[in-house]
Ligand binder design. Structure first.
Ligand code: GLU
Ligand code: MG
Length: 437
């Protein structure tokens, strides 16, 4: 092995990385690798915004690779990868570490509520012929949505991808051609939330690396084009107590316990603010449009694809394992650690306040009249990043879950991102972010 890539995720956007030669791995594990705290205030165009505590040229911190998750990268022979935790030079947890923030809320849920979680992140991406002129996206397949022909066209790529995932210990549940041009989707088995976020980062690194070996390019951007269906990153989550799934062991709707119902109610109550974490790019709002299965209304329903929260019960016989909630207004511009932290914080607020679950919505909420939607409490999610950030800024619970340093960074970065596209039309916004994720 040549080297190790300690990967981390910044507040928004891409994966900053550092690499060390393999011979330095023991020292990296013992003492960390240096990094500036500035990365959380980067915008997608590589400019930097500032907050009270981040964005300055001063300071340093240490990246500690999590050796339990060290994995030889099958798509990048000679390289290994590990997610990192950020520690200050004084040995404290760094307040900008989103992986630490997620671990903290998971630990608190276990201590205060005796609840553990299982999570999974779906990954949709578009595969293009590369490299195309002028940053254009040229789909690598011509077959129809969900079509077997697409699977044939990219047969070798898909096979190598599955082999790479297997070699890296990633349990893939499914890989299939999706709706949009060149689009595919992979889903992985449920894991504890920190591991699920780690895997989501690793799977994307793998998808990209294997594509490159096949002369293909990939985009995880929320909207590869301004119009049409985008790339989602739906979150699945279930809450458990002592091995019992709270989404399938109660007398509430679809077998939910009272706590699971309140958890879902909490997610809906915080959803406008949560969108700033789950849909963090200006391009996210090109995807978040009605009737494109992205779930842009504060509503829930069993197996609904237009409500923000889809209740998955699983097939009879499997429900005690499979029941979970799926959050749809999530894309892969999101930092998965922060998105899961926000989702859990919102749900736990509902659970602790015993929020009542509103009525189920069936069909497409876009077809409800304004009066009917208001009567049912169905609201359209933010239609722009700045709207979402304003909701986040006003949401005490979500801000507290992130802590002031990360919450401020989220606000500054999102406003900065929003300002940076103020003069662009939708096509230009799609183009600006097409290859950023
Ligand atoms: N591509 C859709 C989205 O942007 C999701 C399609 C599906 O339900 O799998 O969320
Ligand atoms: Mg899909």
């Amino acid at each position: 092995m040549h080297g190790c890539v300690p990967g981390l995720m910044s507040t928004t956007r891409h994966l900053p990385v550092k690499t060390v030669p393999t011979a330095k791995l023991p020292s990296a594990a013992a003492w960390g690798v240096g990094m500036s705290p500035v990365f959380d205030t980067f915008l997608a165009n590589d400019s930097i915004v500032t907050t009270e505590s981040l964005g300055s040229p001063d300071g340093d911190l240490r990246l500690y690779p999590d050796l339990d998750r060290l994995v030889a990268l099958a798509g990048q022979p000679g390289w290994a990868w590990a997610p990192v935790d950020r520690i200050t030079q004084e040995g404290e947890r760094h307040p900008g570490c989103s992986r630490t923030v997620l671990r903290r809320i998971v630990t608190e849920a276990a201590e205060r509520h005796r609840i553990t979680f299982e999570a999974g992140i779906e990954i949709e991406w578009a595969v293009g012929r590369g490299p195309a002129a002028d940053g254009d996206f040229v789909p690598a397949v011509s077959g129809p949505a969900y079509g077997a022909t697409r699977q044939v066209e990219l047969s070798d790529y898909a096979a190598d991808l599955l082999a790479a995932c297997a070699a890296q210990g990633i349990e893939v549940a499914q890989l299939h051609p999706e709706y949009a041009a060149g689009q595919f989707e992979i889903s992985t088995s449920a894991l504890d939330p920190v591991a699920a976020a780690d895997v989501s980062v690793l799977v994307r690194q793998t998808i990209r690396a294997v594509a490159q070996r096949h002369g293909l390019v990939v985009s995880f951007a929320p909207a590869v084009f301004a119009e049409g269906v985008g790339n989602g990153g739906h979150l699945h989550l279930s809450a458990w107590r002592e091995g019992v799934n709270l989404h399938s062991s109660g007398k509430g709707r679809y077998g939910m316990t009272r706590e699971a119902e309140s958890f879902v109610a909490g997610v809906l109550a915080h959803l406008h603010a949560l969108t700033a974490l789950t849909a963090p790019s200006p391009a996210s709002y090109l995807r978040l449009r009605p009737s494109q299965w992205a779930g842009v209304f504060t509503a829930w329903g069993r197996e609904t694809r237009e409500a923000a929260v889809r209740i998955v019960t699983g097939t009879a016989g499997l429900t005690d394992r499979a029941a979970n909630l799926e959050l749809k207004p999530v894309d892969l511009a999101a930092n998965p650690y922060l998105a899961l932290t926000g989702l859990i914080a919102a749900g736990l607020d509902g659970l602790t306040s015993a929020m009542p679950l509103p009525r189920e919505i069936t069909g497409d909420p876009a077809l409800l009249t304004a009066d009917r939607a208001a009567a049912l409490g169905v609201r359209r999610l933010p239609t722009s990043l700045s709207q979402a950030v304003r909701a986040f800024r006003a949401d005490e619970q979500l801000r507290a879950a992130l802590g002031p340093v990360l919450a401020d960074a989220v606000v500054a970065v999102r406003f900065g991102e929003s300002d940076s596209v103020a003069d662009l039309d939708d096509e230009q916004i799609a183009a600006a972010y097409r290859w950023k994720y």
